[in-house]
Design a protein around this ligand. Structure first.
Ligand code: NAP
Length: 261
């Protein structure tokens, strides 16, 4: 049994868990931050909540006899990615990061990049606009710096308390979102600009495709830097890396005693 810890909270982590759940040679545990109230069920054991920084995670790796760590967290989850790199180094455990490739602009896309969420909100400009906000619950409060706009925000769980801006509509929904539904939502709100992260992957791409189809501008928050660790871009590559891990040594057999000898 190879004991593997998978830092999750993403579609890719779910896919890895589903692929490895039937395996008898691997004992996989998925770790979630515990932010989502009702996370979708996973077919492997799940632990939830922070470890207490890099040292806490390193202690967990040692205590649980983890032989490999896979960081399949979101590309914007910079804190846990840095902790994973440091913890793996301290515990001497091989680490693989799975980072989805970024979306790249296609003809018709009207993108602007901003260095941070705050800079992205500032990039909306002084003139009031109708804005669709696809940011995380922890980031969305940044819109309070630009109360002149009319916002539609979407999140998995309600943003409580709501950001203090005079024109705000909130909807709760969990992706993936289809292109046509995203287009209908943008049209219904009369959106003139989309505020989002360059998350990559297909689940969140609908709003990007819809904005392109409608000729709407997209302000994208740039990704945080990733730690310099072995990194792949797909679930298939992550599964191949796991398969190539050295087989865990079986515990030494108990010395034979010649009973009654
Ligand atoms: P973060 O800022 O990088 O992490 C903050 C702290 O949360 C970490 O230091 C760690 O606490 C804890 N944590 C984060 N992910 C964890 C995990 N998988 N298991 C256990 N503890 C975890 O992360 P975040 O941006 O708040 O994202 C939290 C989770 O939501 C991630 O797992 C990520 O994959 C998922 N997610 C994030 C986004 C996003 O845009 N950021 C989008 C979708 C999903 P300790 O230091 O105490 O260990």
């Amino acid at each position: 049994m190879r004991r593997i810890l998978l830092l999750g909270g993403t579609t890719e982590a779910r896919a890895i868990a589903e692929a490895l759940a039937p395996r008898r040679d691997i004992a996989l545990t998925v770790s979630l931050a515990g932010r989502t109230r009702n996370p979708l069920a996973l077919p492997v054991p799940v632990r939830s909540g922070g470890f207490g920084g890099a040292e806490g995670l390193a202690g967990h790796l040692r205590a649980e006899g983890v032989v490999a760590l896979v960081d399949a967290t979101h590309p914007y989850a910079a804190g846990i990615a840095a902790n994973a790199a440091e913890a793996a180094r301290r515990a001497g455990v091989p680490l693989l990061a799975l980072v989805r490739p970024e979306w790249t602009a296609l003809p018709g896309d009207r993108w602007r990049s901003a260095a941070s969420v705050e800079a992205a909100v500032a990039a909306l400009g002084a003139t009031p606009r109708r804005v669709f906000v696809a940011l995380g619950r922890n980031e969305v409060r940044a819109i309070e710096a630009a109360p002149q706009h009319d916002y539609l925000i979407r999140s998995v769980d309600p943003v409580e308390p709501p950001p203090a801006v005079p024109r705000l509509r909130r909807i709760e929904a969990r992706g993936p979102f289809r292109d046509e539904d995203e287009r209908a939502l943008l049209e219904e709100h009369g959106a003139e600009v989309v505020l989002a992260k360059n998350s990559g992957g297909s689940a969140g791409y609908g709003k990007i495709a819809a904005a392109r189809a409608l000729g709407i501008e997209v302000v994208l928050v740039a990704r945080p830097a990733q730690p310099a660790v072995p990194t792949v871009g797909s679930v298939a590559e992550a599964l191949a890396w796991i398969d190539a891990l050295p087989a865990h040594e079986a515990p030494p057999a108990a010395p034979r005693t010649a009973r009654g000898a």
